[in-house]
Design a protein around this ligand. Structure first.
Ligand SMILES: O=C(O)C[C@H](O)C(=O)O
Length: 503
């Protein structure tokens, strides 16, 4: 019987979570680099370049790829012949690994988990608990898959109880078309088919841990019906033209993963979970000989010929914004922001709008200001702030009318599309919505020269900060005339499946 020390399991989980916070898996980098070379849409190509440069910076700096360092997801296969020496539950052991990873001094991660999801929504401060799945299997080892999954892509998970005669491909393609860009493409789709509703969802999540192999399957031709289905979905989804960050382009997904399980004759449950550009997962096996060791990828892995053009764009002084100036910005245009940029996301918006409704004074003056939807990672060393990429703006749509009409806010910065009503509201108020690249958080943070909390400190990363930024590159996504790049871009790049470029 193999004896596994509790400390080896805790240390291995903590090390794995640290490791994946700054190293993309090699297969993701290689496949994204190939997609970047093939991409014809300038906006999508630039977004991919930023993700790749950010990935290389994160690896060199050992700082998180994305400000959303995710929730810890741990899948364990515990051999019936293995003994984990501990008085604690497996959940407690795993959670200690999570706490250790998140509180690591040199590279602290962002605490994103709130307890009491329905009411209190108080940050647990250490990102525990993990989502733990355990299977008892034959053998004497403990096999562990660790992933860190960001909220934006988890929010786009879908489930359907299809009829046995329904087309899974049709459902997936139709569904992906409705997801928008909040899941930060280009990434992967995880699909689970069969079992029961919860089994299908778990299979979808598990499938995302498999290596990327669809480009090879495409090159050699599919050799099974499952491969044919994956390929069909891959080609049809990419033909939608959604592209990197939803800006319109050739590549939306790098792979479509699939896992299946036997099912009731009356049922066809299907789970769909997208994986964002912050693809983070690692695998190790403990056999009693000590903790797992993780080998860093070669730093030659990233394309040598890639760089982010020092953005040429219109310079904007955030300290002297006027409605007249905002009215001259055009959708698709690059702006370089300098000056004071406020931050605020879900919890701060909820609190601000409740205060407005109650007639209470706000703790910050938003008149003629710009707000960045972000929850940054805490700074270490000489950083002004840790990685600080945008969060999904669509979640803030419901707050737009009271915020714009009652505070005089002029500009919002985030990622992904705004809904049709929000676009109309932005235009009606002569405001503008700008985007930074989701998944390029460490790169984005380099434009932030100082940061301080202004209000709602109890909200942790969701507090209202004031950043001083210098030449922060952003793209106008919705201009004051109501033109939206997320509506026009994908429409321009949508194409019939037969026009797909060869691998
Ligand atoms: O929480 C965040 O920082 C981002 C979130 O993962 C999102 O994609 O909206």
């Amino acid at each position: 019987m193999a004896t596994i020390r509790e400390e080896d399991l805790v240390a291995s989980i903590a090390d794995a979570l640290q490791f994946i916070s700054y190293y993309h898996p090699a297969d993701y980098i290689q496949n994204l680099a190939e997609a970047w070379r093939r991409e014809e849409s300038p906006a999508a190509r630039d977004a991919m370049a930023q993700i790749l440069v950010n990935s290389r910076m994160a690896a060199f700096g050992r700082r998180p790829i994305c400000q959303d360092t995710g929730t810890a997801q741990v899948f364990m296969k515990v051999g019936l012949g293995a003994r984990i020496v501990s008085n604690r539950s497996l959940q407690e052991i795993v959670d200690e690994g999570v706490r250790r990873a998140w509180r690591e001094e040199r590279n602290p991660l962002r605490a994103s988990v709130v307890s009491e999801p329905l009411f209190g929504r108080r940050n647990t401060g250490d990102n525990a608990p993990a989502m733990l799945h355990v299977e008892m299997v034959a053998g004497e080892t403990v096999e562990v898959h660790v992933a860190a999954k960001g909220g934006g892509s988890e929010n786009k998970a879908k489930f359907a109880a299809l009829n046995p005669s329904d087309s899974v491909a049709d459902w997936v393609v139709r569904t992906v078309e409705t997801l928008g860009a909040g899941w930060c493409p280009p990434g992967m789709l995880g699909i689970g088919v069969g079992g029961s509703p919860e089994k299908a969802m778990t299979l979808a999540k598990l499938s995302l841990l498999d290596p990327i192999d669809l480009p090879q399957i495409r090159a050699r031709g599919p050799s099974s019906q499952e491969e044919e289905l994956r390929l069909e979905i891959f080609e049809r989804v990419n033909a939608l033209g959604i592209g990197a960050q939803g800006l319109g382009g050739l590549t939306t997904v790098l792979d479509v993963k699939l896992k299946t399980f036997p099912v009731h004759a009356a049922s066809l449950p299907v789970g769909l979970i997208p994986q964002c550009a912050a693809d983070r997962h690692a695998h190790f096996t403990l056999d009693g000989s000590g903790p797992a060791v993780f080998t860093p990828p070669s730093l030659d892995l990233w394309p040598q010929d890639i760089s982010v053009a020092t953005a040429a764009g219109r310079r904007v002084d955030l300290d002297h914004l006027t409605r007249e100036e905002v009215a001259t910005w055009r959708a698709g245009e690059t702006l370089l922001l300098s000056g004071r940029l406020l931050t605020g996301r879900d919890a701060a918006h909820l609190r601000l709008t409740r205060m407005l409704a109650a007639g209470e004074p706000l703790p910050v003056d938003l008149r003629d200001r710009a707000i960045y939807y972000v929850g940054p990672v805490d700074a270490v060393g000489d950083e002004a702030v840790g990685p600080a990429g945008p969060t999904t703006a669509t979640r803030m749509d419901k707050f737009l009318e009271p915020i714009l009409s009652q505070t005089g806010l002029l500009v919002m910065v985030g990622k992904a599309e705004r809904g049709p009503a929000a676009v109309e509201t932005i235009a009606r108020h002569g405001a503008a919505y700008l985007i930074a690249v989701g998944g390029a958080a460490y790169l984005v943070s380099k434009a932030i020269k100082s940061a301080r909390v202004l209000a709602f400190a109890d909200l942790g990363m969701e507090a209202i900060h004031e950043f001083i930024v210098e030449d922060m590159p952003v793209t106008v996504a919705v201009d004051a005339a109501g033109t939206s790049v997320h509506r026009d871009g994908p429409a321009r790049w949508r194409r019939p499946v037969r026009e797909m470029a060869p691998a």
